[in-house]
Design a protein around this ligand. Sequence first.
Ligand SMILES: Nc1ncnc2c1ncn2[C@@H]1O[C@H](COP(=O)(O)OP(=O)(O)OP(=O)(O)O)[C@@H](O)[C@H]1O
Ligand SMILES: [Mg+2]
Length: 303
Amino acid sequence: MTGTPPHPTGQPDVDAFAKPETPDTEVTPEAAPAGGAIAVERPAHHTPSAFEKNGPTGDPVVKLAGIRKSFGDLEVLKGIDLNIYQGEHVVLIGPSGSGKSTVLRTINLLEKPTSGSLVVDGHEYGAGSTAPRGNSLQLRRTVGMVFQQFNLFPHLTALDNVALPLRSVRGLSRRDAEARAAEELRRVGLLIRAGHYPSQLSGGQQQRVAIARALALDPKVMLFDEPTSALDPELVGEVLRTMQAVAESGMTMVVVTHEIGFAREVGDLNVFMEDGVVVESGGRGFYENCTSPRAIEFIKAVK
Ligand SMILES: Nc1ncnc2c1ncn2[C@@H]1O[C@H](COP(=O)(O)OP(=O)(O)OP(=O)(O)O)[C@@H](O)[C@H]1O
Ligand SMILES: [Mg+2]
């Protein structure tokens, strides 16, 4: 690691959001094993989100109704119905090939559904006709996505990786984009690494930069597709703690993960999929109380 880069804002590196690198963080569960998955038991400081306290309010931010998706002859989603409300945290689990990524990719139209209705933030993007039609650019501005591979530009610093879409998508000036990017890096505890290139950052830090990059665009909903599965085990905890902080900030989230401890902690709605259908879903307590043999078997296998 090279020396600390110049501070981009001149402000102290105070972390209002998550400080995974410092021991006195306000959001890191003390009970979390060093570097491991966050504690299964809810820590004493757990801050219930507005959704957890108040339940669903208003119309769903994301509404999938009868979503089907085929690749050639292979139907991989066979009628998915899912309502996701403001501030709700949805966890998708299920075996490989069950269609979890395809559900996420449908929500931001990386995959176009073969049939069914997709409504995001009041606009219809699927084949349905229940709401005014939105365009895909509008959708990409509404939905942030974090992938297993962080997809940072290797030739750009952490700050520039976050600032670039602020300029290209949001049309901010360089100065404004850099100020906002610095703020987002601060929120994920990485302002101190703003001048570092991806190769100078650990995988966990790179993933946190990718989270900052998505958050910077002020999405209405954030999608996470197995964000920790490419990481060395000792780096998983810092990313999960950052995601937990995002969850506690009230962000609407859909997360595909095999980290059952994390799922238990943040999942307001937990969805078990197999073969392109939702087999069973449930609220808090799902991992203890689900009844379908396949869900029980799957949860036991990944725990
Ligand atoms: N672009 C594509 N072309 C053809 N088949 C695809 C395509 N994308 C996904 N599939 C198939 O769709 C099915 C569901 O894939 P998907 O990636 O959604 O599963 P998943 O639940 O995310 O699995 P994993 O846990 O392995 O990531 C699989 O059979 C997969 O091979
Ligand atoms: Mg997948």
